[in-house]
Design a protein around this ligand. Structure first.
Ligand code: ADP
Ligand code: RBF
Ligand code: MG
Length: 164
């Protein structure tokens, strides 16, 4: 059975260590995001994931993202951890941008502002249960980012690409 979850998560403005800025070229994962889940995730490089691990625990996060030369700043959800459902061997930081893209963008620079934590990673009995929780994460991220202190980060020079 699915459980009800709150639609807004965390304090009214980001608290330490957030916001956390991460960036790097989009790397190849196992190709499971699109194929199994219908939810593609752009993987940050291993060393960027490890750097995030120095300031945060494994889990599901939300914030803003932008890609390459594109100035659009879009909401995102990020999974950071071992992916218990798939029993991965290494921690990965995977970003699902809440936007429909026409093309892949492997190799392009992905910039992310992590604004807060949503929940711990879970192991699931079925793929459907995982997908249902990810869809709830997406709704939670959108609602949580609509608060003024979070919305303000959408124009941060780091994420718009204005900071060199
Ligand atoms: P991989 O295991 O290589 O990460 P995925 O199936 O997770 O493969 O697909 C991820 C790729 O899909 C990203 O690297 C990116 O190029 C592309 N992509 C397309 N739309 C999105 C999106 N909305 N969010 C994240 N990545 C996307
Ligand atoms: N994988 C898990 O094993 N447990 C999770 O709780 C989990 N939550 C996720 C939440 C979000 C928002 C996203 C984008 C992915 C999540 N995944 C989770 C990771 C998913 O298994 C991963 O995207 C695939 O392994 C594809 O690389
Ligand atoms: Mg992926």
């Amino acid at each position: 059975m699915s459980q009800r979850r709150p639609s807004i998560i965390g304090p009214s403005s980001p608290e330490s260590p957030y916001p956390v800025n991460l960036k790097g070229p989009v790397s190849k994962g196992f190709g499971r995001g699109s194929k199994d889940l219908g939810i593609p995730t752009a993987n940050l490089p291993e060393e960027v994931a490890e750097a995030f691990g120095q300031v945060a625990d494994t889990g599901i996060y939300y914030g803003w993202a932008s890609v390459g030369h594109c100035k659009d700043v879009l909401p995102m959800v990020m999974s950071f951890g071992w992916n218990p459902y798939y029993k991965n061997e290494m921690r990965s930081a995977e970003v699902h941008i809440i936007h429909q893209y026409e093309h892949d963008f492997y190799g392009e620079e992905l910039r992310v502002i992590v604004t807060g934590y949503i929940r711990a990673e879970k192991n699931y009995e079925s793929l459907d249960a995982l997908i249902e929780d990810i869809n709830t994460d997406i709704a939670v991220a959108q609602k949580s980012l609509a608060r003024p202190a979070y919305e303000a980060l959408r124009t941060d020079p780091f994420i718009t690409g204005a900071a060199a």
